[in-house]
Design a protein around this ligand. Structure first.
Ligand code: CA
Length: 408
């Protein structure tokens, strides 16, 4: 009888061989080592390039790179081939020497972020925010059900999970105040989102139709769009979010390939009006189901504060990509687009403190005290899982961050 190895996982492990998310790591034991692609299996990271070399795979060079970008750029056929190979490798004893315990590695931002776009695709979130910010108007703007609203964000401040978030300073002005004041944000918030990572680029001037979504998007990751509500509320009219969101956006170190999430695909909710043809996903013969059944949990200092359901998002990632490119804007490898805050119909499903506390008027009661917005030292963590094959769960890599004080 042979000794068990880290590859001998308990049945149904959410990071079993059906999952295999990608990241980039360096081992603690070798701090000068170059960054290389890792694949998570159980509570270990497989050095994918080293495994490829030992098994004589042609993908050794692609997987020994310091970022995922070359793999992302290689296209869907290669993504499938590499995933098929990895699925076989994690049953091979030859790769065991190339496994590193998760707590013995540093996980890095896994890809070079090209452009970053953030959407606003939950009807429940948009309705709540509309009621809070515009109590005298319609909750949804007239365009909301006709197009996926978004804005271009700041790719250079996308950071990997575990990076501290410095409380931003800026201008704020309450409606009753005579003039704006400057200082550290007093309404620092989270937004629980899902980020989609583009692999295959597109040509300038050529839209990407709904049906081509899977040819371009490699995978997804949990994303926290940190938001300073006081800065945002004063600055956002008429051009939308700016400094209230550009100071930091955290992503998980693990990118889950869409190929691991086929069992999680669902039809989006029924829409109550017809969409223009480039966004119309109602013909299942022409378009794959665009929704994903991802169950997110938001914890604040270890206490669960919300469980937002991604399956109920009004706009799908495929529609967002089609809209993002319908004017001919091109895609680049490493483009990242966020879903927008994920909120469900129930209070316990709201993906931001803005909604959970109704702009601070209904504090959360946590075991360690009341909370409206984030305080210095607070730690926020997003986790999630999705239904996988044969009733097994697909775990998504967590994204966490701690708030540190604004510089004095
Ligand atoms: Ca957002």
């Amino acid at each position: 009888m042979t000794e068990p190895t880290p590859l001998d996982l308990p049945e149904g492990h959410p990071f079993g061989p059906h999952n295999l998310p990608y990241g980039v790591f360096t081992p603690h034991a070798d701090p000068d080592a170059r960054r290389r692609v890792g694949v998570r299996i159980g509570d270990h990271v497989l050095d994918a390039g080293a495994a490829a070399l030992v098994l004589g795979s042609p993908y050794g060079v692609l997987l020994a790179q310091p970022t995922l970008n070359p793999l992302l750029a290689a296209g869907r056929d290669t993504w499938r081939d590499v995933r098929r190979a990895l699925t076989a490798w994690v049953a091979r004893p030859e790769v065991v020497p190339h496994l590193h315990p998760l707590d013995a590695v540093t996980l890095h931002l896994p890809f070079e972020v090209a452009d970053y776009v953030d959407f606003y695709a939950s009807e429940h979130h948009a309705t709540n925010v509309g009621r809070i910010f515009r109590p005298d108007g319609d909750a949804l703007t007239p365009n909301w059900k006709h197009l996926p609203i978004g804005y271009h964000g700041r790719s250079g401040t996308v950071v990997v999970s575990g990076t501290d978030v410095v409380r931003p300073s800026g201008q704020r002005k309450a409606p009753a105040d005579a003039a704006p004041v400057f200082g550290p944000s007093v309404k620092l918030d989270i937004e629980a989102e899902v980020g989609f990572v583009v692999g295959t680029p597109s040509a300038l001037g050529t839209p990407v139709p709904l049906g081509d979504f899977r040819d371009h998007v490699f995978g997804l990751t949990l994303l926290n769009d940190w938001s300073a509500r006081d800065i945002q509320a004063w600055e956002y009219v008429p051009l939308g979010p700016f400094l209230g969101k550009s100071f930091a956006t955290s992503v998980s170190p693990w990118i889950t390939p869409l190929d691991a999430l086929d069992a999680a695909r669902v039809a989006p909710p029924a829409r109550d009006r017809a969409l223009l043809p480039y966004l119309d996903d109602t013909d299942p013969a022409a378009v794959e189901p665009g929704g994903y059944d991802l169950r997110i949990t938001v914890t604040l200092n270890g206490h669960t504060v919300a469980e937002p359901p991604f399956a109920g998002m009004y706009w799908t990632a495929a529609q967002q990509l089609a809209h993002l490119t319908v004017n001919g804007a091109s895609l680049r490898t490493g483009d990242l687009f966020g879903s927008g805050t994920v909120s469900g119909p129930d209070r316990a499903q709201r993906g931001s403190l803005l909604e959970l506390t109704w702009n601070g008027t209904e504090p959360l009661e946590l075991p360690d005290g009341k909370r409206t917005f984030l305080e210095d030292g607070d730690v926020v963590t997003l986790t999630a899982w999705a239904p996988g094959p044969d009733g097994v769960r697909v775990g998504l890599g967590e994204v966490t961050g701690r708030i540190v004080p604004a510089p004095s």
